[in-house]
Design a protein around this ligand. Structure first.
Ligand code: SAM
Length: 286
């Protein structure tokens, strides 16, 4: 989890010079800004706008502090003098974004939650290309093949952040890392994880030039994950929730590893398996 107490306690006066203008509160669900923010639950509109929703004061403050471009800040009308909201309005003003005070029921409509956060931000997505990945010996990347569950993806982003890994490579048709569900499950880690997406052939070409290890996690693997080497620039590769890793991806791995299954379950949850592999990598490097 990302937490900067210093930022949360920042004095409002720090940013008052460019604080975003505060219009009259929005009270109608027919308001175009409300509709636009609500549409960000759909991938089609996230693609069209390049925006995504983040919820909560702490997470939005963290995102702004990390330099993420904030386009809109929806907040509970009357809270503009709350020190955290004022600090966010300062960041919004700097970015040229729009402040949207509104009723609680509209915040609820946008978040589709019964107890919405007092603050919702719309931020610009960031995507890197495989060509932007310049492996350093200390780097760990996680490659996910066709991950489908946004909760798994968000949890994996949170674990990547927690272990100090560099980022995520999404192979083929994956669930959207900027969906509301994935962002929620990431608990703000989405703002601290580099994200690249590619097709399987693009990944195979990239992997053929990768200067370090590629450890594939696969149930049929014979090597116990505790016996593997995790040094150098490392890619930990994880398979789809139902199908696991396909042959072409398994074949480019320098090693395939498995976590022993001692009970009746035949596999671990994808996010749990990723956590086990990442913490083993970190333990080996400490
Ligand atoms: N039926 C799938 C299969 O046969 O691979 C199960 C997929 S599992 C739910 C999703 C992914 O989590 C796997 O592709 C692998 O990357 C990882 N995984 C889960 N349990 C694992 C284990 N015990 N050892 C290694 N990887 C595991």
């Amino acid at each position: 989890m990302i937490y900067h107490p210093v930022l949360l306690s920042a004095k409002p006066s720090v940013m008052t010079s460019s604080i975003a203008a505060i219009p009259a509160p929005i009270t109608s669900a027919a308001n175009a800004e409300v509709k636009r923010l609500r549409s960000l639950h759909e991938r089609k509109y996230r693609r069209q706008t390049g925006w995504f929703l983040a919820e909560g004061t702490r997470i939005c403050t963290e995102a702004a502090a990390l330099g993420w471009e904030m386009h809109r800040l929806a907040f509970l009308a009357g809270r503009e003098n709350d020190k955290h909201v004022r600090s966010l309005l300062g960041a919004l003003g700097e970015a040229g974004g729009r402040a949207l005070p509104m009723t609680e029921s509209l915040l609820q409509r946008i978040s589709r939650k019964d107890n919405p956060q007092m603050v919702l931000g719309a931020f610009a997505q960031r995507h890197i290309g495989l060509a932007d990945i310049h492996p350093d010996p200390s780097d760990i990347w996680v490659a996910l093949d066709r991950v489908r569950d946004p909760g798994n993806l968000g949890t994996i982003m949170r674990t990547i952040d927690a272990t100090g890994a560099r980022g995520l490579i999404l192979i083929d048709d994956c669930t959207d890392p900027y969906s509301v569900e994935a962002v929620r499950a990431s608990m703000g880690a989405v703002f601290n994880v580099a994200i690249a997406s590619c097709s399987q052939p693009e990944f195979l070409a990239f992997a053929s030039d990768w200067p370090g290890r590629i450890l594939g996690t696969a149930l049929p693997a014979s090597a116990d994950y505790r016996t593997a080497a995790y040094d150098g620039p490392l890619i930990v590769m994880m398979g789809n929730e139902q199908a696991g890793l396909p042959d072409p991806l398994m074949q480019i791995c320098t090693q395939l590893i498995r976590m022993p299954m001692r009970g009746r379950s035949d596999s671990l949850n994808l996010a749990v398996a990723t956590g086990v592999a990442l913490y083993e990598a970190v333990r080996n490097r400490d």
